[in-house]
Design a protein around this ligand. Sequence first.
Ligand code: ADP
Ligand code: MN
Ligand code: MN
Ligand code: MN
Ligand code: MN
Length: 333
Amino acid sequence: MSYKAEYIWIDGTQPTAKLRSKTKVLPDGVEPPVWGFDGSSTNQAHGASSDCVLKPVFVCPDPIRGGDNVLVLNEVLLPDMTPHPSNTRVLLTPVAERFAGQEPIFGIEQEYTFFAGARPLGFPEGGFPAPQGGYYCGVGADEIFGREIVEKHLDNCLAAGLSISGINAEVMPGQWEFQVGPLSPLEVSDQLWVARWLLYRTAEEFGVSATLDPKPVRGDWNGAGAHTNFSTKAMREGYEPIITACEALGEKAQEHVRGYGDDIESRLTGLHETAPWSEYSYGVSDRGASVRIPWQVEVDKKGYIEDRRPNANCDPYVVTRLIVDTCCAALEK
Ligand code: ADP
Ligand code: MN
Ligand code: MN
Ligand code: MN
Ligand code: MN
């Protein structure tokens, strides 16, 4: 007998990579092996020498096909088995290992927007819905668009064994959020990529697309982010390390913003619950700051911080690497 392995990988599309997948039928009892694909069709190779290699890094049950079928997330390698230039996971691995002793963990809030054709789900044909105000965590058919898809996606993620910690409707109609974590840097990133694939795949069944576009509608509509919550063991035990991490992020603010997703300037304007991309700030309870110290963390004098800057379209391998590198190096001193 056989089972199906859906091989998922991150392609070379610029400026924002896309997910791709294809199916391998495997005999029962055989683990998903290294495989290959045509990199000339994914912006990862030229036609003359187009082979790229898929190396499995994370395997979980496939909730779409069910049974013994699996999803297989991969790293992309060159034919000589060295990392492909588009492979950002390979850059996170040594940083995560170097600072593993500090026990860094992340919870990422993935915002996204459903589209039906060219318009966000819930936007009337040729016009705009009522202004923002009632949609966030709303209820009722006048405020909520796509809940059946969101519920199915949550069930699929849980059936896959992913650590989803919650979901909510967002500020713009058709806009939603799910949270992954808290988990280690590699775990949260692998699981977020698989959860994104499941989002597209689940919505496909409903004839709806999902986008991570950071500013899907111009004008007075909220953008889509990926607030990144972060702590180390020391931060979970005391307040001074929380401040040290906030200050360290300020020292490298522009390097971080550059790695937090394409077109970040159109989202981090200083309006719509954001801080301007060009200025760094942190504060307690402050949703207009770059980095927020949650109210409860200030009360408890321990916990975690929320970096509010990453875009919905960010690469979590890059975001978690930058944060671990910056904060853990400062905390080591
Ligand atoms: P918000 O109030 O900003 O909407 P959410 O509830 O959407 O926050 O997301 C908070 C995220 O922070 C969750 O994914 C949660 O698992 C994560 N989190 C909680 N505690 C920690 C911690 N100590 N370190 C890192 N992440 C954490
Ligand atoms: Mn072919
Ligand atoms: Mn949230
Ligand atoms: Mn949100
Ligand atoms: Mn948040």
